[in-house]
Design a protein around this ligand. Sequence first.
Ligand SMILES: [Fe+2]
Ligand SMILES: [Fe+2]
Length: 184
Amino acid sequence: MGIIEDRFSQLSEHRQQHILRVAKMMKELAAIHHLSPTNAQLAAMGHDLAREMSRDVLTREAKRLGLELSSPEREEPVLLHGPVAALWLQQANIGEPEVWEAIRYHTTAAPRLSPLAKALFIADGIEPGRRFETRTHLEHVAKEKSLDEAYVLMLKETMKYLESRRLKPHPLMIEALRLSEESS
Ligand SMILES: [Fe+2]
Ligand SMILES: [Fe+2]
């Protein structure tokens, strides 16, 4: 069995359903914005495969894979679930750099992401299982307007959420928003 099927089957029902909704959203966004449907599916199916590992196991796995842990990741090991899953796929030779980039940065976002990575960041945030006031508006923007516009809105929405929970945004996210606002 491939690593995606293998890891997927070990996730909770709740997580599996989330992943499948992200995959459906990615399929739609890929068709609208001319992204590779294969990469869109791989990115969606792979993005949360490491999401249910405990802090300790995730940290150990990240170190084993040779990931550099900076202070946000040391404080909040859950941030490692994207990078770890990306490396699993890369080492299994599943997908290509665009897919691994999308998975790696799906939680924090990052400056200068590819359209596929932006789409995954958006799809993860707006899949219909998510509940926040502007969700349907963001879905509309992502489907009828542009990925870039939806990406900036999603970044802002995430910042707002983090603020409300008194969590610090990741430096990559701050930089992503700064660059996106500059270029728009
Ligand atoms: Fe995630
Ligand atoms: Fe997710």
